[in-house]
Design a protein around this ligand. Structure first.
Ligand code: F1P
Length: 347
């Protein structure tokens, strides 16, 4: 069960390699029209969560403004999102390029608001690509599976490259170039941890915590857990968790920390607190500390030496495998999520 999804998770570093080869030779002059504009990432579901990562990466690496919005709010609440005094370029994101709300948003932005769009998709022939002035395509990153795995990380890498090119940040580019090698080194090794966690039948409630660009990854992790294993999952900014949600913890909870170097010190304090409430913890981090070893039942250490903003993709395969193995443990086929299809098409 789940053979198709598992293959797509495992081979995603190959798509990262294809993206790297495509993006590293791009002419930065092609994106000159982004000068003095705010970039607006737009999407639904996984592609919205990718937008959340994208806004943080783009703003920090380029020093230029960026934001993430859901496709539906673009045409339902445009005045809450856009100011007449600003210049915008939109980046509507969609693996299929056929999701209704994302198409409606791209056309609304183009026709009603005169905001040009750069489609980010895995489908070059899609209606979304036809509705925008430019496109960035992750070739061969589209899945057979309903669940988005390698398409998410491959399109995230495109956003990272776009930011690196715009900023002329060569050290960030070198970091991005190394991601396929790190993926190859790491992805297989994640399987044992994902299986071990899924075997613990007490764990029924999954909480994913991350700060900055890691919050978007945490949201995406909840979707993998829900879509594949039909388990209850929530995401929070790590430090928001104390402000109410912490009260739901019990012995059935697994708290997953997507630890960045920026937020590690604060997150380790939180790790110690969640243990007091009987929850189990999984920490994903670049290097381990004695506290993490002492307080987290499970840890995944990446040893990449990459910066917080470059390393993002390395957190996703373990989170995707967690959803897959939890589904298998519950006897659910992750290749066929309940009530879902690859594309949501509305009348
Ligand atoms: C977006 C999306 C997926 C979700 C489901 C339905 O698709 O919401 O995130 O897993 O398959 O579609 P897209 O706009 O990126 O093609």
């Amino acid at each position: 069960m789940g053979r198709i999804t598992k293959k797509e998770i495992k081979e995603q570093y190959l798509s990262w390699d294809a993206v790297t080869k495509d993006m590293k030779n791009r002419d930065v002059g092609d994106f000159k029209f982004l000068d003095s504009t705010e970039l607006v990432f737009v999407g639904c579901g996984t592609s919205y969560y990718l937008s959340l990562c994208g806004e943080a990466v783009y703003a920090v690496i380029t020093g230029e403004p960026a934001k993430a919005v859901t496709a539906s709010d673009v045409f339902l609440y445009p005045n809450a999102l856009f100011s007449k005094r600003r210049n915008y370029v939109s980046v509507p994101i969609s693996r299929s390029g056929e999701t209704s709300e994302t198409l409606w948003a791209a056309r609304y932005l183009r026709d009603e608001m005169k905001i040009p769009g750069i489609a980010l998709s895995c489908n070059r022939g899609s209606q979304l690509v036809k509705s925008t002035v430019r496109s960035l395509i992750a070739e061969n990153a589209s899945e057979e599976s309903v669940v988005m795995t390698k398409s998410f990380t491959s399109m995230l890498l495109i956003i990272q490259w776009l930011a690196a090119l715009r900023a002329g940040n060569e050290s960030f580019m070198r970091e991005l170039e190394s991601l396929p090698q790190h993926g190859l080194r790491l992805i297989d090794s994640f399987e044992a941890v994902a299986k071990e966690i899924s075997k613990n039948e007490d764990l029924k409630h999954f909480i994913f915590l991350g700060q900055g660009p890691y919050y978007g990854l945490a949201c995406e992790a909840t979707l993998k857990m829900k879509e594949m294993s039909l388990s209850s999952a929530e995401a929070y900014h790590s430090m928001e968790f104390r402000h109410g949600p912490i009260s739901i913890l019990n012995e059935n909870s697994l708290v997953v920390f997507l630890m960045s170097e920026t937020s590690k010190k604060e997150e380790i304090k939180l790790l110690k607190e969640v243990k007091e409430f009987g929850a189990k913890a999984l920490v994903i981090c670049d290097y381990c500390t004695p506290d993490i070893r002492a307080f987290a039942e499970y840890h995944v250490v990446l040893h990449s030496n990459l910066s917080d903003f470059a390393r993002l993709n390395l957190y996703m395969p373990i989170l995707q495998l967690l959803g897959l193995h939890k589904a298998r443990q519950l006897g659910i086929n992750p290749d066929n999520p309940r009530y879902l299809s690859q594309v949501v098409v509305l009348e």
